[in-house]
Design a protein around this ligand. Sequence first.
Ligand code: ATP
Length: 257
Amino acid sequence: MSDTIIKFDQVVKRFGALTVLDHLDFNVQRGEKVTIIGPSGSGKSTVLRILMTLESISEGVVSVDGEPLWHEQKDGKLVKASEAHLRKMRVQLGMVFQQFNLFPHMSVLRNITEGPVKVLGLSKQDARERAEELLEMVGLANQAQKYPHQLSGGQQQRVGIARALAMRPKVMLFDEPTSALDPELVGEVLNVIAALAEEHDLTMLLVTHEMRFAREVSDRVCFFDKGKIKEQGTPEELFTDPKEERTREFLKAVLDG
Ligand SMILES: Nc1ncnc2c1ncn2[C@@H]1O[C@H](COP(=O)(O)OP(=O)(O)OP(=O)(O)O)[C@@H](O)[C@H]1O
């Protein structure tokens, strides 16, 4: 039996006249680490935003763990999902954003405990213990009482990772998690993500411009172009022996640049 956790089936996303995803078929297996690379505007972030229910779809079906995300079954038919259905589905996914998106008026600890307490109904004590373990894991055990503005960008992003993990998502989504960081802070965030990828059987879907990182952490790399997967394969296949001219051009431009 295949163990598909994310499935895009002929998904179209339009913004007015602009088609951003063009009949996209895309699957992720449970436990798989998949990286999406591709030129600006090819629809990479849109895939993640659709999964987080931040953008709706125009056509097709997206499923998470076998259940439609943007639809629900009613009298044997697929109808548009209600807000309650979206809320129920959304908690299965955790996202780490480019701009961290921490709550500025809350301490680091509270940023991490808020979701588990308010959304999952954990006791404050349990949420706190969970947060402390995660802060330890991302190397910030002694920063729990600080506020986001007192931390570096790299530290804030590591809090962002801990916050997403605290919800125990089935899938972690990373949207260019290092692109807003000063170059010297990129490594500490990538190290945390690489450790997560190595030590946990989490399913991870990452959009990144860091090709070396994509190569190191992924089981599979998908090259997106114009809203479709133009080519995909293991990092070895895609980076050392790309089959498509468009992939070669892209890799040459980013690796030389
Ligand atoms: N809310 C929106 N309204 C209109 N157009 C949008 C909206 N969101 C995204 N787009 C457009 O959709 C296209 C795809 O965007 P997306 O962010 O998925 O690209 P990307 O591949 O992640 O690019 P980048 O590498 O630059 O982040 C872009 O042309 C973008 O301008």
